[in-house]
Ligand binder design. Structure first.
Ligand code: MN
Length: 274
């Protein structure tokens, strides 16, 4: 783990409060354009998002140049954009395997360009090297996101939770479905793991839980196939792990998923360990 950047932390504390005020304001049905203070808040939060993305890009770029294997830990799911850019510069074309209850394909969320709800929209828009995005476990999405997927010419392929479960209920094995998913990925693969892709019992305090989702072992089985099929894992992020002062269950599961992702990344980049 790297130490937390003090300047970023202070900026985040300030902008988080600003964003909360903004959200309270629009929740009352007020017009943003009519309020100069709120317009400034939106601008500042968007600039803060851009600052963070640039910071992550610069940090991860240096680490990759030094031959390090890198994983980015959220925080919310907005954080890995800069890392994916740095990976694209180093590796060229790659695919993203996203485990998530949501598509994260919104153009912007309530005026915020770089929110967790837009991470994949931004990644696909800003990083042409991402040849394919495969989303697994989605069970909450909007009409615009559906249209984006349908118009993507298979750059985005979404395995909805409901459809996966239906196929299983009707007798298809998880082996068959996971083979199909992995076979659609290019040679180089990045994992974007939103913890809310799991069943909520495994992440009770994540920010936007949705009923349904996976057991941890089901996802591990899927991820292991990246290696089993000879594909190269180039990096990962793990996001949206909630915190709760009364119990450490969110952190317990999060730490185990992180441990698994680290192992997969090292094994994929260590020929003898494959
Ligand atoms: Mn997400």
């Amino acid at each position: 783990m790297r130490p937390v950047d003090r300047k970023l932390l202070m900026k985040s504390d300030y902008l988080r409060k600003e964003a909360e005020l903004f959200i309270d304001y629009i929740a009352q049905g007020e017009e943003v354009a009519a309020n100069q203070f709120m317009c400034r808040t939106m601008k500042e939060v968007n600039e803060g998002g851009h600052y963070l993305n640039t910071w992550v890009y610069e940090q991860t770029k240096v680490l990759l140049q030094n031959g390090k294997l890198v994983g980015v830990l959220g925080g919310d799911h907005s954080v890995p954009l800069g890392f994916m850019k740095a990976l694209a510069e180093k590796h060229g074309e790659f695919g993203v395997l996203q485990i998530d209850a949501h598509c994260d394909l919104r153009v912007a969320y309530e005026g915020f360009n770089y929110s967790h709800a837009s991470i994949m929209y931004n990644a696909l828009g800003e990083i042409p090297e991402i040849k394919r995005l495969i989303q697994v476990g989605v069970r909450d999405f909007g009409g615009d996101e559906w249209d984006y997927i349908c118009n993507s010419e298979f750059r985005v392929i979404t395995y909805f939770d409901k459809e996966i479960k239906r196929r299983q209920y009707e007798g298809e094995t998880w082996k068959y479905i996971t083979d199909e998913i992995i076979n659609k990925l290019p040679q180089k693969v990045y994992i974007s793991f939103d913890i809310d892709g799991l069943d909520r019992k495994l992440c009770p305090h994540t920010g936007t839980p949705v009923p349904g989702g996976f057991e941890a072992e089901e996802v591990y089985y899927l991820l292991k196939k990246i290696l089993d099929t000879g594909r190269e894992l180039i990096g990962f992020d793990l996001c949206e792990v909630g915190v709760n002062s009364e119990n450490d269950w969110n952190a317990n599961v999060g730490a185990r998923v992180l441990f698994k992702l680290c192992n997969l990344l090292v094994a994929s980049n260590t020929p003898a360990a494959k």
